[in-house]
Design a protein around this ligand. Structure first.
Ligand SMILES: Cc1cc2nc3c(=O)[nH]c(=O)nc-3n(C[C@H](O)[C@H](O)[C@H](O)COP(=O)(O)OP(=O)(O)OC[C@H]3O[C@@H](n4cnc5c(N)ncnc54)[C@H](O)[C@@H]3O)c2cc1C
Length: 439
């Protein structure tokens, strides 16, 4: 079926969790809408994650209100396939109007009339409003320092699936956020020699005094923080639901056989150099970790909660040799490194959205997702309204705000105005005819 010449009030682009949440709230408010998805519902969870990935948050937290994740203990961690099935089931629950296999190629504002023209892989649609729900992580980023050697397999974490995909030999994993750290751990467990390049990171405890860190961030107001703390702009978060949920501890990873190195700086003639910042990066991660324990203790004391003490959470692993005497250079061939995995993050790509809602640096201009161009909305972006915005639970709440904004705008647009009353129309002439009043 072609979508040619269709009109729809609100078009949502993308049916990941953001598109599904958007559709639920628009449905609740009776806003006619359509969701177009170029692939399948929750495609990123199906094919954009490695095979063994489980959610970073427990099932009671990393879900939408109103539906549990089937066959997963609330304190357990759903697999990527269970997450994909969950969003599909959720969309089914309210019969979301989603069309899969249709890519939005270009959106332009209409001239001299309201709305937008949307060119898709299956025809043209007219829409009053467009919600970009195409994800926070669209284009894998590999830094320009990457070597151009054919002897090395280089992939982004988005293209990593399992250890069997890599050639024999050692591997360098660049980036120690949640992805890099879990991939490095998996490769080490598969018997590989692994070098892990660690930059600035936050490292919350998986759980403390009987509560998962997701709970702590919630009650301490951290998920609701509206702006990134100064100096934290380039700090990644290292958490994992793997192994049933275990605090990421770089020193333990080193004891288990991973060689930690500092920030990857440059590649020259087959030699990679690392910044001498490994100990400092680990110390800052520890600071973040201990800071959360302190804040949790203070919260417990202030509220008189009866939660079990956990002094062992403050014990540290011994300093590994690779931290005490860090490698500053590594000759890849001599070390037998045959592959590099870049766990270096993503960028957004809004090249299809050709409207006046972007700053000179390409970043969307919006207020809590309401675009600078009237009728354009963004959802699912990191820090859209708060720290939780790009995460499962946060996107649902942002979607509610955006749907509400759309419903209010529809009411303004439906308003018919006041027809001028005949008496009012005659008034100015009569007034002019009255004699001037003198004192
Ligand atoms: C490895 C990894 C693990 C994560 N784990 C967690 C976790 O455990 N818990 C958590 O809360 N968050 C997690 N996140 C963060 C976040 O929840 C996910 O990135 C999530 O997929 C974002 O959902 P989204 O709907 O905003 O975007 P996406 O899931 O990326 O969905 C966007 C959709 O838009 C479609 N699309 C894009 N362009 C077009 C177009 N032009 N036309 C039509 N369709 C289009 C795509 O096909 C895609 O299906 C994780 C992220 C990563 C990278």
């Amino acid at each position: 079926m072609t979508v040619d010449k269709t009109f729809i009030d609100t078009l949502v682009v993308g049916a990941g969790q953001a598109g599904v949440a958007m559709s639920e709230h628009l449905s609740k408010l009776g806003v006619p809408h359509l969701v177009l998805e170029r692939s399948r519902i929750a495609e990123a969870w199906r094919t954009g994650r490695w095979d063994s990935l489980v959610a970073n948050g427990p099932a009671w937290h990393d879900r939408f209100p109103g539906l549990d994740i089937e066959n997963v203990d609330p304190n357990g961690f759903a697999s990527k396939d269970q997450m994909a099935a969950y969003f599909e089931a959720y969309a089914r629950k309210f019969n979301a109007p989603i069309r899969t296999g249709v890519e939005v190629k270009r959106v332009t504002r209409n001239v001299g009339r309201p709305g937008f023209t949307v060119e898709t892989s299956d025809g043209v649609i007219e829409a009053n409003r467009v919600v970009a729900a195409t994800g926070p992580f669209q284009r894998p980023v590999i830094p320009a320092i990457a070597p151009k050697s054919e002897a090395l397999l280089q992939i982004h974490s988005a293209g990593y699936h399992n250890p069997a995909q890599l050639p024999d030999g050692a591997v360098l994993v660049v980036g120690a956020g949640s992805s890099g750290v879990q991939i490095a751990d998996e490769l080490r467990a598969a018997g590989k020699q692994v070098y892990l390049s660690v930059g600035a990171h936050d490292r919350p405890p998986r759980a403390y005094r009987g509560r998962d860190f997701c709970w702590w961030l919630g009650v301490l107001g951290e998920w609701d923080a509206e702006v990134v703390k100064p100096g934290k702009e380039h700090v990644t978060i290292a958490v994992s639901g793997a192994h049933g949920g275990r605090t990421v501890d770089f020193r333990r990873l080193a004891q288990e056989g991973i060689t930690l190195v500092g920030l990857t700086r440059a590649f020259e003639n087959g030699v990679v150099s690392f910044a001498p910042d490994l100990a400092e990066n680990l110390a800052r991660g520890d600071e973040n970790y201990l800071g959360l324990l302190d804040a949790a203790d203070a919260y417990i004391a202030r509220n008189g909660l009866d939660l079990p003490e956990e002094p062992e959470a403050r014990r540290t692993w011994p300093q590994p040799d690779c931290v005490a005497h860090p490698l500053l250079e590594l000759d890849l061939a001599k070390a037998g490194v045959t592959s590099i995995i870049w766990a270096t993050g993503y960028a957004v790509d809004f090249s299809w959205l050709q409207v006046d809602a972007f700053a000179a640096n390409g970043k969307p201009r919006h207020q809590r997702g309401v675009g600078a161009e009237p009728g354009i909305y963004f959802i699912g972006l990191p820090w859209l309204s708060r720290r939780g915005s790009a995460f499962i639970w946060g996107v649902w709440h942002d979607a509610r705000h955006i749907a509400d904004h759309i419903a209010i705008q529809r009411k303004y647009q439906a308003y018919q105005g006041i027809s001028p009353r005949p008496a009012d129309a005659a008034q100015p002439a009569q007034a002019a005819a009255q004699p001037a009043v003198s004192a």
